[in-house]
Design a protein around this ligand. Structure first.
Ligand SMILES: [Zn+2]
Length: 276
């Protein structure tokens, strides 16, 4: 049976029965997949996807300056994510830098499994404050359960065919249905409402980790001006909500107190690698 059918039929039976849950900002979310199911499925999807990339020599070495920089920023953000949602201390927070200079992207699956692509680091050329905003935004999607929401959409839309180019056919055949949905979820666009939620949570998370809130504004400006090879993948999976710049500009001054306090002494948490 091909992956499309595998994704569609049994997944609906296997996962938590259709329900609505409420996001942190009080919005009702489609919840064919519970967050716990999404976390388990994401573990499988992440191991498969990172394994394939590692076999292809596309995972940047842990000892490289790029990986160390990403780890340091992520560690401070994760410490704040756990402050915000204490049960996420049990998540297997991890991040890998994917060596693909053409891909301007970053994502975080349910359960805190993340990736950032060298294309984003090179083409957007973010400062540490701006890179922290990218990663905080991604973490916020996971904290707000958006990944499970997109998995639900993936299953409901029977959208397995879109996985081509993300995972080999062999891997797709070897994976459970919900894991396919988990791999697909981070390739699908967020809703503009989910974007606004992630902007709001992300700028606070980053400020509390000691990163300048004004970088949220300059980051999206830089992202929008990346040239060559069409718009960055990041912008297709993170569509711009109405008045993004204006809302971030309104939020930034409110975050300055967190930032000023945290920049002097922000705690960190060590981050695992997928191979650990
Ligand atoms: Zn987003």
């Amino acid at each position: 049976m091909n992956s499309i059918n595998r994704l569609f039929v049994p997944a609906l039976l296997a996962v938590t029965v259709a329900a609505c849950v409420v996001s942190p900002t009080g919005r009702r979310q489609l919840a064919l997949v519970s967050e716990d199911s999404a976390i388990v499925a994401s573990e499988e999807a992440y191991a498969m996807q990172i394994g394939e990339l590692r076999d292809a020599g596309k995972i940047v070495a842990e000892s490289s300056s790029a990986a160390r920089r990403v780890d340091a920023i992520t560690g401070r953000l994760v410490a704040q994510a756990i402050e915000m949602r204490p049960e996420t201390a049990d998540w297997d927070w991890s991040i890998e830098v994917v060596d693909d200079p053409e891909v301007v992207n970053a994502w975080c699956m349910a359960g805190g499994r993340m990736a950032v692509y060298t294309g984003l680091l090179q083409k957007v050329d973010p400062t540490d404050d701006e890179l922290a905003q990218v990663l905080a935004h991604e973490i916020s999607h996971a904290l707000a359960n958006h990944t499970a929401e997109r998995m639900s959409v993936a299953i409901a839309a029977n959208a397995g065919v879109l996985l081509a180019g993300v995972l080999s056919e062999d891997s797709q055949r070897a994976m459970s249905n919900v894991a396919l949905a988990a791999a697909l979820a981070v390739q699908m666009p967020n809703s503009r409402t989910a974007e606004s939620e992630a902007d709001e949570i992300g700028i606070e998370l980053a400020a509390k980790a000691g990163y300048n809130p004004n970088a949220a504004i300059s980051l999206w400006q830089k992202m929008g001006s990346v040239s060559g090879g069409g718009p960055p993948q990041f912008l297709s999976t993170h569509p711009s909500p109405a008045n993004r710049q204006q809302k971030l500009a309104e939020l930034a001054p409110q975050m300055m107190a967190y930032y000023e306090q945290a920049r002097r002494n922000a705690p960190t948490r060590s981050i695992a690698r997928a191979g650990d």
